[in-house]
Design a protein around this ligand. Structure first.
Ligand SMILES: Nc1ncnc2c1ncn2[C@@H]1O[C@H](COP(=O)(O)OP(=O)(O)OP(=O)(O)O)[C@@H](O)[C@H]1O
Ligand SMILES: [Mg+2]
Length: 262
């Protein structure tokens, strides 16, 4: 059974008087259990919309989405038990500390406090969250630090299907690496299926078994990073993922990450 299967998925949004935005327009893909699957696309291509539909937070207009066989619309409660979504707008108790937030989550899952605290400290330290921040209210943390807490929370109690919407956007290179290592390790240790979105071509190349390239709500290419690169490589020289994007869309890859952070 597929960990995730999507068929003919469409989603549009109404936008002012000008009509509608076709955020997703006929998406189809399948993710096998234990796979790390990446969705790569520029700003506004539909990545977050796709993740939010899988996470049961948005309803599709057409098509079918199943998580381990369960329909995200008709069996949303069952789906919610199997997934965990990490996004840049993660929700926390702002007055509580990172540790308190994680312990709260652990209690909901029945993980004993002492075990959870030890594991949380390990995760914080691996992610490079400064020790003096671990006991401070969340609202005093930087965005990047809050993001690390959101990632740590997901790893404390790994779901069957982990949804990561741009997990490393806005993190410094070293923290990025650390998050990527954790994702690989989690799959290795728990067999967790990971569905992630990213702006980062190198990241997709490094950790994803397969990727889909999204452009204006459509999948314009899908395959292993190696196969995609082989498709556009000339004279035996290895192509970059940027070149793959250009080859399939005719557009330059524009990474707006830096402008977003301003
Ligand atoms: N709630 C909404 N209401 C109206 N339009 C929306 C809504 N959510 C997304 N859109 C539009 O749908 C399109 C896809 O947006 P989405 O956020 O999925 O893109 P994205 O690939 O995640 O972009 P980014 O890289 O900037 O995060 C965009 O044109 C966006 O403006
Ligand atoms: Mg997004």
């Amino acid at each position: 059974m597929d960990a995730l299967s999507i068929k003919g998925l469409k989603k549009r949004f109404l936008k002012g008087r000008k009509g509608e935005v076709r955020a997703l327009w006929g998406i189809g893909l399948r993710v096998a259990p234990g796979e790390i699957y990446g969705v790569l696309g520029p700003n506004g291509s539909g990545k977050s919309t796709l993740v939010r539909i899988v996470a049961t937070l948005l309803l599709p207009d057409a098509g079918e989405v199943r998580v381990f066989g369960y329909d995200v619309v008709r069996e949303a409660r069952k789906v919610r038990e199997l997934i965990h979504r990490v996004s840049t707008e993660a929700a926390f108790f702002k007055k509580l500390s990172p540790m308190e937030n994680l312990l709260y989550g652990a209690r909901l899952y029945g993980i004993p406090g002492r075990i959870a605290a030890r594991r949380a400290r390990e995760l914080f330290s691996r992610l490079g969250l400064p020790p003096e921040r671990v006991g401070k209210p969340m609202e005093q943390l930087s965005r990047g630090q809050q993001q690390k807490v959101a990632i740590a929370r997901a790893f404390l109690h790994p779901p069957r299907l982990l949804l990561l919407d741009e997990p490393t956007t806005g993190l410094d290179p070293r923290s990025k690496r650390e998050v990527q290592e954790l994702i690989l390790e989690l799959r290795e240790r728990e067999g967790t299926t990971v569905f992630l979105t990213t702006h980062d071509m190198d990241e997709a190349d490094r950790i994803c078994d397969r990727v889909a390239i999204l452009d204006e709500g459509r999948i314009v290419a899908q395959g292993t990073p190696a196969a995609l690169k082989a498709r556009v490589s000339r004279d035996g020289a290895e192509a970059t993922m940027e070149e793959v994007f250009f080859a399939v869309t005719g557009k330059e890859w524009r990474d707006d990450e830096s402008t977003e952070a301003v």
